[in-house]
Structure formats: C-alpha cells, structure tokens
Design a protein around this ligand. Structure first.
Ligand code: UDP
Length: 236
C-alpha cells in the first residue's frame, strides 16, 4: 500500500491518500489541543497509544456487529482505513454527568444519569461545534432521518459494548464522542477514533481520571494516564 499525498490534517491526526481510491491512511500525532484549539500542547507517546487503543476497540466493536472504517494497523502511528465522507456531527453519549453537561445543567460531575444521553454537535471549529438536534440535522441535510436512526442505534450499542468491556478492566465509561462516515455505497460506518482523547475514563475504584481531562485541566500525570489505559486494554 503506497502512502500518497496528504489529504487533510486535523488537531490529532493527518490523513493521506493511497494508491487505492477507496482507502486512506491516518497518522496519529502527539499534538494535543483543548477548548477548540485555544490550549495547545504535546502528550509524548499519545499518537502511538491512541492508534493502538482505537484499533483495539474498533476490532471489539466489529466483532459485535458494528461496522467501522478500520482495515488494518500499518505501523505504530499509522492505520489503513476505508475512505469515507465524514458526517459533520460529533455524536456524544453520556452515562455520567461531566464536562459541558455538568456545567450546562448545574450537575455535580459524577452524577449518574438515569439513562444514557445522546447529543449531537455540528463539527465546525469557526462556530465552536454548536449543539444541534435532529431537526437541525435534517434541515441542514447533515444526515437523513434514516441515517440518523442508524447512527443513534450504533451509538447506544457502542455504549453498551464499551461499558461492559471497560468494566472488566476497572474503568468506568463516563462519556465519549463518536464520528461516523459514509462509504461510496452509502453505508454508515464508525470512523475517527475512540481513545482517551475522545472518551472520559475514570478508574472504577478510585475515580481517578485516565483521559484528556488531565491535560485540559492541568492535572499532571497525563502521559501516565494514557499509558495506564493502553496497559489495561492491551496488557502492555
Ligand atoms: N469530546 C471530544 N471532542 C470534542 C468535544 C468533546 O472528543 O470536540 C468528548 C470529550 O472527550 C468527552 C465527551 O466528548 O468524552 C463530552 O465532552 P463535553 O461535551 O463534556 O465537552 P468538554 O467538557 O470536553 O469540552
């Protein structure tokens, strides 16, 4: 597989074309940003960890019937994925109140939600990723009603699968963000990443944060937290 021109560079990853128009290569960086790019830094080794953690979790999801863009990991930082058109939504699932939800509703972080909450944000940095609902999404043609139903079903199924899996390694899944893409034949697959950058992971016993909040909130121990997640999930 030949790595060709760079197609895109985001905050945490670069995307490259390959000699197969249906496939591209993502390359994970150590760059970290928070608050829509207002805070910038580096988390040493993050790209390597997020690459293998994402692929591990996507393989698990595939095995449980969730289609993903994953094809195969190529190197420590590179993964071959299906080329998709990203649906411009951040799909957020929450089990426990934290972050922006805790703030918005005046809840203490750690408050258990009676049932999982699904939120959508329009992926647009210039607008600060505003929250949107199903009506906005359909009116703006970000997705059709049918596509949105598929996305919501996948999002809740992913929550169940990941919550169970993480419980076994002593991690509580607080909330997470997903992105979906559309392949050439119009089918919807899970894309982007599932990592400590995009999930809140708390140690089940101690409540210790093992995710990007340590970077966002200057808590220290950022690299150690990412390594701990890799160790619990991959055993190394
Ligand atoms: N999240 C993300 N990218 C974003 C915004 C949120 O990956 O641009 C993740 C975040 O890591 C958390 C969940 O989505 O696991 C919910 O985030 P929240 O809305 O609480 O925003 P935050 O407090 O991170 O600004």
């Amino acid at each position: 597989m030949q790595k060709l021109a760079q197609l895109d560079e985001g905050k945490a990853k670069k995307v490259f074309a390959t000699d197969d128009p249906q496939l591209c290569i993502v390359e994970y960086k150590d760059d970290a940003t928070a608050f829509n790019g207002a805070k910038k830094g580096t988390i040493a080794g993050k790209g390597v960890i997020n690459n293998c953690v994402t692929n591990h979790l996507m393989q698990l999801l595939e095995s449980k019937g969730i289609p993903t863009h994953l094809v195969e990991q190529l190197s420590e930082r590179e993964t071959l994925v299906k080329r998709v058109q990203i649906i411009p939504l951040e799909v957020i699932v929450r089990n426990i109140a934290a972050g922006s939800l805790a703030k918005r509703l005046g809840l203490d972080e750690g408050t258990k939600l009676e049932r999982p909450v699904l939120e959508y944000c329009y992926k647009n940095d210039a607008l600060d990723d505003p929250m949107v609902n199903e009506y906005h999404i359909m009116a703006m043609r970000f997705a059709t009603q049918e596509e949105l139903a598929v996305i919501a079903n996948y999002a809740f199924a992913i929550d169940d699968i990941l919550t169970d899996y993480l419980q076994d390694v002593g991690i509580e899944l607080i909330d997470f963000k997903l992105e979906f893409g559309k392949t050439d034949d119009g089918s919807i697959v899970l894309a982007d990443e599932i990592s400590p950058d995009t999930c809140r992971f708390w140690d089940s016993k101690t409540g210790t944060k093992l995710d990007k909040d340590r970077f966002r909130r200057d808590m220290g121990g950022v690299e150690d937290a990412y390594q701990e997640i890799r160790k619990r999930l991959l055993g190394r």
